[in-house]
Design a binder for this molecule. Structure first.
Ligand SMILES: Cc1ncc(COP(=O)(O)O)c(C=O)c1O
Length: 394
């Protein structure tokens, strides 16, 4: 590999949210990678630092062209410049859109288990979440369209937040599924926010399908949130792109982003996005290979050492979703125990609602040696719980 994904970074005492933990603890939870970003991005940022000038920044044509070019070549979707707006993050964008596209007391549909912050985006402004639980058949997840139709048909439902690819289950929704969602939402006058922040971390040679690219209906009812911050580990630079093809929806959304004051970029947010989209492709492809190998390693390690844990097949994200229901009836208790006894921090699936209580989410975007350490702690902790459970039963 040309790029380095093996070096272990010392992120303790660096104000890292993820690594602000005790000396013996190993965080493998929040979606933040333990790799340096692409050197091409670091170069662009350090050139900016060297200039010593950090005044107010515009969103230049280069930013629009970088997104448009990348989505055309990488994802086969042609966006127009006027469809795009800068925003200071995906969650600020969703929160602002919820406020503009729905009324107080409306229902917002989400598909659980799902990224828990979607709840905050809706509930903090007095909207209700309606859950359309994904269906787990013991092997993988699919959508329950009958239930989805019921939730969309509810007279108070005005918005659906789609997660594509899906965090935490790691599925890329196919065009047929997306088109069915689009048709149902259209039928009931429901708009769709498609959160596509995880779209660039897919299995090598597998691409995701942008919701708005599927057909005319999906394009006309959607607001798509894109970002380079997940794939290039730039979360603290606070940057995203909001794509709204329909002019009427766009006017409402862009006015909202502006009056909520989330459409003003920092110099670093712009420089990093342009460098990532224009020069980061090779690094990104190597990262995808590395993550894919980490997932294979985890799968084979757990098959050998802890076969009760079922690891879901996934084609996207660096977040493994593992069924621990044969070991515990509370993912939160298991995670608390793992942290206390082994120092390993993984996320309890119950955080994501739905059937998440049966699962844990493990972030494998780290050097292999860190993953080995994490897996050995995981197996040790799970075996200790199994032993305790067996003793209680006796
Ligand atoms: C599905 C999803 N959306 C949004 C975010 C956060 O986006 P941002 O940091 O741009 O607000 C995350 C972070 O993990 C995520 O998983």
């Amino acid at each position: 590999m040309k790029y380095d994904f093996e070096s272990v970074l010392n992120r303790r005492n660096t104000f890292s949210y993820k690594w602000n933990v005790k000396e013996n603890e190993l965080p493998m939870w929040v979606a933040d990678m333990d790799f340096q970003t692409a050197p091409e991005i670091t170069q662009a940022l350090s050139d900016r630092v060297k200039s010593g000038v950090f005044g107010y920044t515009i969103v230049p044509d280069e930013w629009y062209n970088a997104y448009i070019g990348c989505w055309k070549t990488r994802h086969g979707f042609e966006m127009k410049k006027e469809w795009l707006s800068f925003c200071t993050g995906v969650i600020p964008a969703i929160t602002s859109c919820v406020k503009r596209l729905t009324n107080h007391g409306d229902n917002v549909v989400v598909q659980t288990p799902v990224y828990n912050i979607f709840y905050n985006c809706a509930e903090n402004s007095g909207r209700h979440i309606l859950e359309n639980p994904l269906v787990f058949d013991g092997k993988s997840y699919s959508m329950d369209f009958e239930d989805l139709e019921k939730k969309l048909a509810h007279p108070y439902t005005t918005l659906m937040i789609l997660c594509n690819p899906h965090n935490p289950v790691g599925t890329i929704w196919d065009a047929k599924t997306l088109s069915r969602i689009g048709a149902l939402c259209y039928k009931y006058g429901v708009k769709v926010i498609s959160d596509e922040i995880h779209c660039d971390i897919t299995e090598p040679n597998v691409d995701y399908v942008p919701f708005a690219s599927v057909d005319d209906v999906c394009r006309e009812i959607s607001v798509t949130c894109l970002s380079v911050t997940k794939a290039f580990n730039l979360a603290s630079l606070q940057s995203s792109a909001v794509c709204v093809p329909n002019e009427v929806i766009r006017n409402v959304v862009f006015r909202g982003l502006n009056s909520d004051e989330v459409a003003e970029p920092s110099a670093f947010a712009i420089e990093a996005a342009i460098a990532a989209l224009e020069k980061g492709g090779e690094w990104l492809d190597e990262l995808r290979e590395y993550i894919s190998e980490n997932k294979k390693y985890l799968r084979s390690y757990l098959a050998d050492e802890l076969s009760e844990v079922y690891v879901l097949p996934q084609n996207a994200t660096y977040l493994v979703w593992a069924d621990v229901s044969k070991i515990t009836d509370s993912s939160k208790d298991l995670c608390d125990y793992l942290r206390e006894k082994t120092g390993l921090i993984v996320t309890a699936g119950s955080t994501y609602h739905g059937d998440g209580n049966k699962f844990v989410r493990i972030n494998v975007a780290c050097p292999r040696s860190t993953l080995e350490d994490g897996l050995s702690r995981f197996v040790k902790g799970c075996n200790a719980i199994k032993k305790l459970n067996a003793e209680i039963k006796r």
